[in-house]
Design a protein around this ligand. Structure first.
Ligand code: FAD
Ligand code: EPU
Length: 336
C-alpha cells in the first residue's frame, strides 16, 4: 500500500517530525521490484531501515521505502563454520542474538547496535573490537534502475572505518536485500576492549561464552548510550578523526594525555568524544537538543527539536573543535 504525506516521526530514532511525500513498504524482493518499477522516476528515493543513522532536516519530497524483508537461513555449514544469510529488514540485534543462542561466534561484540541487517554494511558497523567486515561474506543488492540482483563480495564493498562503496561510488544506486556472514563453531572470545573484561568480572560469570560477551556488551552499552525510545539520538553523531602522526604530535604538545589509537595505515585515530568533552560540550543543552551527559559523541533530542537545530549544534561543535584542536570532525549520521 502506498501512503502520502505521512509523518516519519515513528521511523527515525531522533524522533524528528517531518513528512514523507510518498511512503511504501516491501517485505520481499518481488514487492520491492514492483514498487521501484511503478514509481515516479522524478522522485528521489530513501531506503529506510530502522532510521537509527539519519537526521531528517526537512519534509522529504521523496518516495520513502521501508524495508521489511525478514528471514534468516543457513546457506553453508562445515565442522568449523556456518554461513548465515539474513534478510535485510531483520533487526541487526535479533540476528546477533540468533547466532549467539546457537553458540556461534563472530558478531557477539556488536550486540545491541540498533537498526537493520541491510544497513550494517553501509557504514561497516562496528563496536567493541569488531566490525561487520570481519565476518562478512557477501551481500545481495537490487540495482534501483535495472532491477537486477547483484552479489557483492567483501572486496567489492570497499569497507573502511564507517565506510563502504555504498556510501561513496555506488551511493543511492542499490537496495541491499540480504547479507551473509561467516560464523564460527569454535568461537575465539575477543575481550580486547578493556571494558568487556571488567564488565564480565563485575557480572561474576566464570564461563566465557559468546553469550557472556554479548551480555557484557549489552550492559556496557545500556550504561553509556541513551535508549532512543527514551531520548532521541542516532548513536555517535561524528566519526572518530583519523590524523597523521604530525597532527598527533602537535596536539600532544598541549594535551599530552590525548587518547590515540595507531591504525594499520600508520595514521592515528583520535577519540572525538574526548575532544568534544575537553572543549566543554559534554552535557551541554542548547534549546531542545544537546550533547549527551555520558557520551559526548552522541547528540540528543530532549523532545520537539527540529533536525536543523541538531544540525546547527553539530556545526557549532565542528567549528569549535577545529579552532581549539585544529582537527575537523566529520558527521557519521546521514543528513537528509
Ligand atoms: P537507517 O538509519 O535506516 O539508514 C542509514 C543509511 O543507510 C541511509 O542512508 C539509508 O538510506 C541506508 N540504507 C538503510 N538500509 C538500506 C538498504 N537495505 N539498502 C541500501 N541502503 C540502505 N553504529 C555503529 O556502527 N556502531 C555502534 O556501536 C552504533 N551504536 C549506536 C547506538 C545507538 C543508540 C544508535 C541510535 C545508533 C547507533 N549506531 C551505531 C548507528 C546505527 O545503529 C547504524 O548505523 C545502523 O547500521 C543503522 O541501521 P538502520 O537500519 O537504522 O539504518
Ligand atoms: N571519551 C571521552 N569522553 C566521552 C566519550 C569518550 O573522553 O564523552 C573517550 C573515552 O574515555 C575513550 C575514548 O574516548 O578514551 C573512546 O570512547 P569509547 O570507547 O566510548 O568509544 P567512542 O570512540 O566514543 C566508538 C564508536 C561507537 C562504538 C564504541 C564502542 C565511532 C564514531 N563510535 O565510540 O559507535 O559503539 O566506539 O566500540 O566510532 C556509532 O557509530 O554510532 C557508535 C555508537
Amino acid at each position: 500500500m502506498i501512503e502520502h504525506n505521512i509523518s516519519l516521526k515513528p521511523y527515525n530514532t531522533f524522533g524528528i517530525d517531518v513528512k514523507a511525500k510518498t511512503f511504501g513498504r516491501f517485505g520481499s524482493v518481488e514487492e520491492l521490484k514492483t514498487l521501484l518499477n511503478d514509481r515516479d522516476r522524478g522522485m528521489p528515493l530513501l531506503i529506510l531501515g530502522g532510521g537509527s543513522n539519519i537526521l531528517l532536516t526537512k519534509d522529504l519530497p521523496f518516495f520513502v521505502l521501508k524495508n521489511e524483508i525478514t528471514g534468516i537461513e543457513t546457506v553453508d555449514e562445515t565442522e568449523e563454520q556456518v554461513i548465515m544469510k539474513a534478510g535485510s529488514g531483520v533487526e541487526w540485534h535479533a540476528f546477533v542474538r540468533y547466532t549467539v543462542e546457537k553458540g556461534l561466534g563472530g558478531i557477539e561484540n556488536m550486540s545491541l547496535i540498533p537498526g537493520s541487517v541491510g544497513a550494517s554494511p553501509m557504514q561497516n558497523i562496528g563496536a567493541y573490537g569488531a566490525e561487520i567486515k570481519d565476518t562478512f561474506v557477501s551481500l545481495e543488492a537490487l540495482h534501483i534502475d535495472s532491477l537486477e540482483l547483484h552479489t557483492f563480495n567483501k572486496e567489492q564493498c570497499a569497507f573502511g572505518y564507517r565506510e563502504s562503496v555504498f556510501k561513496r561510488a555506488l551511493k543511492n544506486q542499490y537496495v541491499i536485500v540480504s547479507v551473509s556472514c561467516q560464523l564460527t563453531k569454535h568461537p575465539k572470545i575477543n575481550t580486547s576492549y578493556g571494558a568487556i573484561q571488567s564488565e564480565i568480572e563485575a557480572m561474576g560469570v566464570r564461563e566465557m561464552t559468546v553469550d557472556t560477551v554479548s551480555r557484557a556488551v549489552m550492559n556496557i552499552r545500556r550504561s553509556k548510550l541513551p535508549d532512543p525510545k527514551v531520548l532521541g539520538n542516532a548513536g555517535s553523531f561524528f566519526k572518530n578523526p583519523v590524523v597523521s602522526k604530525t597532527v598527533l604530535k602537535q596536539l600532544q604538545q598541549n594535551y599530552p594525555d590525548v587518547p590515540h589509537y595507531l591504525q594499520k595505515s600508520g595514521e592515528e585515530k583520535l577519540a572525538a568524544g574526548w575532544l568534544i568533552e575537553k572543549a566543554g560540550w559534554k552535557g551541554k543543552r542548547v534549546g531542545k537538543c544537546g550533547v549527551h551527559e555520558k557520551q559526548a559523541l552522541v547528540l540528543v533530542n530532549y523532545g520537539g527539536a527540529t533536525g536543523n537545530e541538531i544540525y546547527d549544534l553539530s556545526t557549532a561543535i565542528i567549528e569549535d573543535i577545529r579552532s581549539k584542536f585544529g582537527v575537523t570532525l566529520e558527521r557519521e549520521v546521514n543528513i537528509l
